[in-house]
Design a protein around this ligand. Structure first.
Ligand code: 5GP
Ligand code: ZN
Length: 112
């Protein structure tokens, strides 16, 4: 997707502070952190929203969880993080490339 900001980060056209990268997945620090630890874990495949995930994506989406946990451990929030997917503009999704927010080190941030 040429007009997708996260595809541009994957392609190296826009810089990002990366935590992890392999052939399927990229994790990078959120540009506007909402907690002491706030990073995003994304598939390299352009999937617009969580609701667009299909059965062939199951392994990939499971990997997002595993890599997120690994990066949470490495960044000291093993016991204090939330994993959030926003789906749709009304739910606050701004970037339409599937991403998991890992927000940690803040205790329970919202009444949810
Ligand atoms: P959403 O609201 O779509 O769930 O979250 C998008 C997230 O991407 C926001 O937390 C925002 O700060 C982050 N973001 C948007 N553009 C960039 C960027 O160019 N670089 C980085 N590192 N994060 C970004
Ligand atoms: Zn994309």
């Amino acid at each position: 997707m040429t007009d997708c900001i996260f595809c541009k980060i994957i392609a190296g056209e826009i810089p990002a502070k990366k935590l992890y990268e392999d052939e399927d997945v990229l994790a990078f620090w959120d540009i506007s952190p909402q907690a002491p630890v706030h990073f995003l874990v994304i598939p390299k495949k352009h999937i617009p929203r969580p609701v667009d995930v299909t059965e062939p994506d199951e392994r990939l989406t499971g990997k997002l969880l595993r890599i997120a946990a690994q990066m949470a451990k490495e960044n000291g929030v093993e016991d204090d993080y939330r994993a959030i997917f926003n789906n749709g503009a009304k739910a606050g999704q701004v970037v339409f490339h599937l991403h998991m927010h890992i927000i940690g080190g803040k205790g329970r941030p919202w009444p949810m």
